[in-house]
Design a protein around this ligand. Structure first.
Ligand SMILES: Nc1ncnc2c1ncn2[C@@H]1O[C@H](COP(=O)(O)OP(=O)(O)OP(=O)(O)O)[C@@H](O)[C@H]1O
Length: 275
Protein backbone atom coordinates (compact mmCIF):
# COMPACT_ATOMS: atom_id res chain seq x y z
CA UNK A 1 0.00 0.00 0.00
CA UNK A 2 1.50 3.35 -0.95
CA UNK A 3 0.81 6.32 1.30
CA UNK A 4 1.57 9.95 0.53
CA UNK A 5 3.36 11.68 -2.27
CA UNK A 6 6.84 10.70 -3.40
CA UNK A 7 8.83 13.93 -3.85
CA UNK A 8 11.91 12.22 -5.36
CA UNK A 9 10.21 9.98 -7.91
CA UNK A 10 11.77 11.88 -10.82
CA UNK A 11 15.22 10.74 -9.60
CA UNK A 12 16.48 7.30 -10.76
CA UNK A 13 16.24 4.84 -7.87
CA UNK A 14 19.39 3.76 -6.07
CA UNK A 15 17.72 0.60 -4.83
CA UNK A 16 14.71 -1.23 -6.24
CA UNK A 17 12.90 -4.26 -4.89
CA UNK A 18 10.84 -5.91 -7.62
CA UNK A 19 8.16 -8.38 -6.52
CA UNK A 20 10.52 -9.27 -3.66
CA UNK A 21 9.61 -12.18 -1.43
CA UNK A 22 11.57 -13.05 1.69
CA UNK A 23 11.25 -16.31 3.64
CA UNK A 24 12.89 -17.99 6.60
CA UNK A 25 12.39 -21.74 6.47
CA UNK A 26 8.74 -22.25 5.57
CA UNK A 27 7.72 -18.86 6.91
CA UNK A 28 7.07 -16.07 4.38
CA UNK A 29 8.01 -12.73 5.91
CA UNK A 30 7.29 -10.53 2.94
CA UNK A 31 5.72 -11.26 -0.42
CA UNK A 32 5.70 -9.40 -3.74
CA UNK A 33 7.24 -6.18 -2.38
CA UNK A 34 7.75 -3.41 -4.94
CA UNK A 35 9.79 -0.62 -3.41
CA UNK A 36 12.16 2.05 -4.61
CA UNK A 37 14.70 4.10 -2.68
CA UNK A 38 15.98 7.25 -4.39
CA UNK A 39 19.09 9.28 -3.55
CA UNK A 40 18.37 11.85 -0.86
CA UNK A 41 15.87 9.66 0.96
CA UNK A 42 16.19 8.41 4.54
CA UNK A 43 13.93 5.38 4.93
CA UNK A 44 13.21 3.75 8.27
CA UNK A 45 11.87 0.21 8.32
CA UNK A 46 9.42 -0.30 11.16
CA UNK A 47 7.41 -3.26 12.40
CA UNK A 48 6.93 -5.42 15.45
CA UNK A 49 9.54 -7.89 16.75
CA UNK A 50 10.07 -10.84 14.43
CA UNK A 51 8.17 -9.31 11.50
CA UNK A 52 11.26 -9.58 9.27
CA UNK A 53 13.14 -6.24 9.30
CA UNK A 54 16.60 -7.80 9.73
CA UNK A 55 15.90 -10.55 7.20
CA UNK A 56 14.64 -7.98 4.68
CA UNK A 57 17.72 -5.77 5.21
CA UNK A 58 20.04 -8.76 4.74
CA UNK A 59 18.20 -9.68 1.53
CA UNK A 60 18.40 -6.10 0.23
CA UNK A 61 22.12 -6.08 1.04
CA UNK A 62 22.64 -9.28 -0.96
CA UNK A 63 23.56 -11.41 2.05
CA UNK A 64 20.53 -13.68 1.55
CA UNK A 65 18.88 -14.81 -1.65
CA UNK A 66 15.27 -13.71 -2.05
CA UNK A 67 12.57 -16.38 -2.12
CA UNK A 68 11.22 -14.55 -5.18
CA UNK A 69 11.72 -11.37 -7.18
CA UNK A 70 14.93 -9.41 -7.22
CA UNK A 71 16.92 -6.52 -5.76
CA UNK A 72 18.57 -3.97 -8.01
CA UNK A 73 21.14 -1.33 -7.12
CA UNK A 74 21.50 1.43 -9.69
CA UNK A 75 19.46 -0.77 -12.03
CA UNK A 76 21.76 -3.82 -11.74
CA UNK A 77 20.66 -7.09 -10.21
CA UNK A 78 22.54 -7.35 -6.92
CA UNK A 79 23.40 -11.02 -7.61
CA UNK A 80 25.47 -9.99 -10.66
CA UNK A 81 27.64 -7.42 -8.85
CA UNK A 82 31.11 -8.43 -7.58
CA UNK A 83 31.75 -8.31 -3.82
CA UNK A 84 34.18 -5.41 -4.13
CA UNK A 85 31.85 -3.35 -6.33
CA UNK A 86 28.97 -4.14 -3.99
CA UNK A 87 30.99 -2.91 -1.00
CA UNK A 88 31.22 0.50 -2.68
CA UNK A 89 27.54 0.56 -3.50
CA UNK A 90 26.06 -0.56 -0.20
CA UNK A 91 27.21 -1.08 3.36
CA UNK A 92 25.39 -2.75 6.24
CA UNK A 93 25.75 -2.04 9.94
CA UNK A 94 24.59 -5.22 11.67
CA UNK A 95 22.53 -5.23 14.85
CA UNK A 96 25.46 -6.64 16.88
CA UNK A 97 29.20 -6.21 16.34
CA UNK A 98 31.06 -9.47 17.02
CA UNK A 99 34.80 -9.23 17.64
CA UNK A 100 36.79 -12.46 17.47
CA UNK A 101 40.07 -10.83 18.51
CA UNK A 102 41.56 -7.66 19.97
CA UNK A 103 42.18 -4.65 17.76
CA UNK A 104 42.40 -0.92 18.30
CA UNK A 105 39.29 1.11 17.57
CA UNK A 106 41.24 3.01 14.90
CA UNK A 107 42.29 -0.22 13.14
CA UNK A 108 38.69 -1.50 13.22
CA UNK A 109 37.51 1.68 11.50
CA UNK A 110 40.35 1.74 8.96
CA UNK A 111 39.21 -1.79 7.93
CA UNK A 112 36.14 -0.08 6.45
CA UNK A 113 38.37 1.24 3.65
CA UNK A 114 38.83 -2.31 2.28
CA UNK A 115 36.76 -1.77 -0.91
CA UNK A 116 39.20 0.93 -2.03
CA UNK A 117 42.46 -0.92 -1.33
CA UNK A 118 44.50 -3.33 -3.36
CA UNK A 119 47.50 -5.43 -2.31
CA UNK A 120 49.78 -4.60 0.60
CA UNK A 121 50.35 -1.29 2.34
CA UNK A 122 46.72 -0.28 2.22
CA UNK A 123 46.65 1.04 5.75
CA UNK A 124 47.71 4.49 4.59
CA UNK A 125 47.89 7.82 6.38
CA UNK A 126 44.86 9.12 4.43
CA UNK A 127 42.75 6.20 5.59
CA UNK A 128 43.74 6.79 9.21
CA UNK A 129 42.81 10.47 8.84
CA UNK A 130 39.41 9.48 7.40
CA UNK A 131 38.92 7.00 10.24
CA UNK A 132 39.69 9.64 12.88
CA UNK A 133 37.28 12.03 11.18
CA UNK A 134 34.56 9.34 11.25
CA UNK A 135 35.26 8.63 14.93
CA UNK A 136 34.81 12.33 15.64
CA UNK A 137 31.46 12.29 13.82
CA UNK A 138 30.20 9.52 16.09
CA UNK A 139 31.79 11.10 19.21
CA UNK A 140 34.31 8.27 19.64
CA UNK A 141 37.62 9.99 18.74
CA UNK A 142 38.84 9.77 22.35
CA UNK A 143 38.61 5.97 22.10
CA UNK A 144 40.80 5.51 19.00
CA UNK A 145 43.55 3.65 20.89
CA UNK A 146 41.13 1.52 22.94
CA UNK A 147 40.60 -2.20 22.37
CA UNK A 148 37.31 -2.93 20.58
CA UNK A 149 36.75 -5.90 22.91
CA UNK A 150 36.62 -3.56 25.91
CA UNK A 151 33.96 -1.18 24.61
CA UNK A 152 30.40 -0.96 25.87
CA UNK A 153 27.61 -2.08 23.52
CA UNK A 154 26.69 1.49 22.57
CA UNK A 155 30.34 2.51 22.07
CA UNK A 156 31.00 -0.56 19.90
CA UNK A 157 27.95 0.16 17.77
CA UNK A 158 29.11 3.75 17.16
CA UNK A 159 32.55 2.43 16.16
CA UNK A 160 30.70 0.16 13.70
CA UNK A 161 28.94 3.23 12.33
CA UNK A 162 32.32 4.98 11.92
CA UNK A 163 33.53 1.93 9.95
CA UNK A 164 30.49 2.25 7.70
CA UNK A 165 31.18 5.99 7.27
CA UNK A 166 34.71 5.31 5.93
CA UNK A 167 33.37 2.52 3.70
CA UNK A 168 31.34 5.39 2.22
CA UNK A 169 28.84 3.39 0.15
CA UNK A 170 26.07 5.05 -1.84
CA UNK A 171 23.45 3.16 0.14
CA UNK A 172 23.80 3.01 3.93
CA UNK A 173 21.87 0.13 5.52
CA UNK A 174 21.66 -0.08 9.30
CA UNK A 175 19.97 -2.57 11.58
CA UNK A 176 18.68 -0.77 14.68
CA UNK A 177 21.50 1.82 14.80
CA UNK A 178 20.06 3.51 17.90
CA UNK A 179 19.25 0.35 19.87
CA UNK A 180 22.23 0.54 22.24
CA UNK A 181 22.48 4.31 22.32
CA UNK A 182 21.65 6.68 25.18
CA UNK A 183 19.26 9.58 24.50
CA UNK A 184 21.98 12.04 23.41
CA UNK A 185 23.76 9.47 21.23
CA UNK A 186 20.45 8.54 19.53
CA UNK A 187 20.15 12.12 18.34
CA UNK A 188 23.78 12.15 17.16
CA UNK A 189 23.24 8.94 15.15
CA UNK A 190 19.89 9.90 13.60
CA UNK A 191 21.06 13.44 12.72
CA UNK A 192 24.15 11.95 11.09
CA UNK A 193 22.08 9.52 9.01
CA UNK A 194 19.77 12.34 7.94
CA UNK A 195 22.81 14.41 6.94
CA UNK A 196 24.23 11.52 4.89
CA UNK A 197 20.97 11.21 2.95
CA UNK A 198 20.80 14.96 2.42
CA UNK A 199 24.53 15.34 1.70
CA UNK A 200 25.00 18.23 -0.67
CA UNK A 201 28.62 19.14 0.03
CA UNK A 202 29.97 17.11 -2.89
CA UNK A 203 26.82 16.21 -4.74
CA UNK A 204 23.83 18.15 -5.91
CA UNK A 205 21.38 16.49 -6.39
CA UNK A 206 22.11 14.03 -3.56
CA UNK A 207 23.72 10.67 -4.36
CA UNK A 208 23.30 8.72 -1.17
CA UNK A 209 20.38 7.13 0.60
CA UNK A 210 19.88 5.54 4.00
CA UNK A 211 17.73 2.59 5.08
CA UNK A 212 17.56 1.87 8.81
CA UNK A 213 15.51 -0.66 10.74
CA UNK A 214 14.24 1.12 13.86
CA UNK A 215 11.90 0.69 16.80
CA UNK A 216 11.61 4.24 18.09
CA UNK A 217 8.65 5.72 16.21
CA UNK A 218 9.30 9.22 17.55
CA UNK A 219 12.92 9.26 16.40
CA UNK A 220 11.72 8.02 13.01
CA UNK A 221 9.04 10.75 12.88
CA UNK A 222 11.67 13.38 13.63
CA UNK A 223 14.44 12.31 11.25
CA UNK A 224 13.26 9.94 8.48
CA UNK A 225 11.93 11.21 5.17
CA UNK A 226 10.15 7.91 4.40
CA UNK A 227 8.86 4.84 6.21
CA UNK A 228 8.43 1.22 5.17
CA UNK A 229 6.15 -0.33 7.76
CA UNK A 230 5.90 -4.12 7.79
CA UNK A 231 2.72 -5.70 9.09
CA UNK A 232 1.25 -9.19 8.94
CA UNK A 233 0.74 -9.75 5.21
CA UNK A 234 0.63 -6.01 4.62
CA UNK A 235 3.19 -3.31 3.93
CA UNK A 236 2.74 0.46 4.11
CA UNK A 237 5.26 2.71 2.39
CA UNK A 238 5.54 6.42 1.69
CA UNK A 239 6.59 9.68 3.26
CA UNK A 240 7.04 9.49 7.03
CA UNK A 241 4.11 11.82 7.64
CA UNK A 242 1.75 9.72 5.54
CA UNK A 243 2.67 6.34 7.07
CA UNK A 244 2.99 7.47 10.69
CA UNK A 245 -0.73 7.68 11.33
CA UNK A 246 -2.27 6.26 14.51
CA UNK A 247 -4.65 3.91 12.68
CA UNK A 248 -1.85 2.52 10.49
CA UNK A 249 0.45 2.08 13.51
CA UNK A 250 -2.34 0.31 15.39
CA UNK A 251 -2.88 -2.10 12.51
CA UNK A 252 0.85 -2.87 12.35
CA UNK A 253 1.72 -3.06 16.06
CA UNK A 254 -1.53 -4.29 17.59
CA UNK A 255 -1.78 -1.47 20.11
CA UNK A 256 -3.48 1.89 20.00
CA UNK A 257 -1.49 5.13 19.88
CA UNK A 258 -2.20 8.51 21.38
CA UNK A 259 -0.88 11.39 19.31
CA UNK A 260 0.54 14.40 21.14
CA UNK A 261 0.99 17.50 19.00
CA UNK A 262 4.02 19.49 20.08
CA UNK A 263 4.40 22.47 17.77
CA UNK A 264 5.72 21.17 14.46
CA UNK A 265 6.24 17.66 15.93
CA UNK A 266 3.86 14.79 16.57
CA UNK A 267 4.66 12.33 19.33
CA UNK A 268 3.21 8.81 19.29
CA UNK A 269 2.49 7.21 22.63
CA UNK A 270 1.46 3.54 22.68
CA UNK A 271 -1.45 3.33 25.10
CA UNK A 272 -3.21 -0.02 25.04
CA UNK A 273 -2.96 -3.40 23.38
CA UNK A 274 -5.77 -4.21 20.99
CA UNK A 275 -6.88 -7.81 21.25
N1 LIG B 1 18.19 -18.37 11.28
C1 LIG B 1 16.88 -18.42 11.48
N2 LIG B 1 16.22 -19.61 11.49
C2 LIG B 1 14.89 -19.67 11.67
N3 LIG B 1 14.12 -18.59 11.89
C3 LIG B 1 14.72 -17.40 11.90
C4 LIG B 1 16.13 -17.25 11.70
N4 LIG B 1 16.42 -15.94 11.76
C5 LIG B 1 15.28 -15.29 12.00
N5 LIG B 1 14.25 -16.17 12.08
C6 LIG B 1 12.83 -15.84 12.28
O1 LIG B 1 12.45 -14.98 11.22
C7 LIG B 1 11.55 -14.00 11.70
C8 LIG B 1 12.07 -12.62 11.33
O2 LIG B 1 13.23 -12.33 12.07
P1 LIG B 1 13.93 -10.92 11.94
O3 LIG B 1 15.16 -10.98 12.80
O4 LIG B 1 14.10 -10.58 10.52
O5 LIG B 1 12.83 -9.98 12.59
P2 LIG B 1 12.94 -8.45 13.05
O6 LIG B 1 11.73 -7.76 12.51
O7 LIG B 1 14.26 -7.89 12.66
O8 LIG B 1 12.83 -8.60 14.62
P3 LIG B 1 13.36 -7.67 15.84
O9 LIG B 1 12.57 -6.41 15.81
O10 LIG B 1 13.03 -8.50 17.04
O11 LIG B 1 14.84 -7.44 15.64
C9 LIG B 1 11.40 -14.23 13.20
O12 LIG B 1 10.19 -14.93 13.41
C10 LIG B 1 12.59 -15.07 13.56
O13 LIG B 1 12.27 -15.93 14.64
Amino acid sequence: MAAGQEPFMNVAPLLSAEQLSVSVGHKTLCSGLDWQVAPGQFWCVLGRNGIGKTTLLHTLAGLRRPAGGRVLIEGRDIQTISAQQLARLRGLLAQQQADAFSSSVLAAVVAGRHPYQFGFGWDMEDDRALALQALEQVRMAAFSAHDVMRLSGGERQRVGLATLLVQDPLLFMLDEPTAHQDAAAQIVVMALLQKIANEIADALPPQKAVIAACHDINLVARYASHVLLLGDGQVWQGTAGSVLQPEILQAAFGCSFEVVENGARRLFMPVASVS
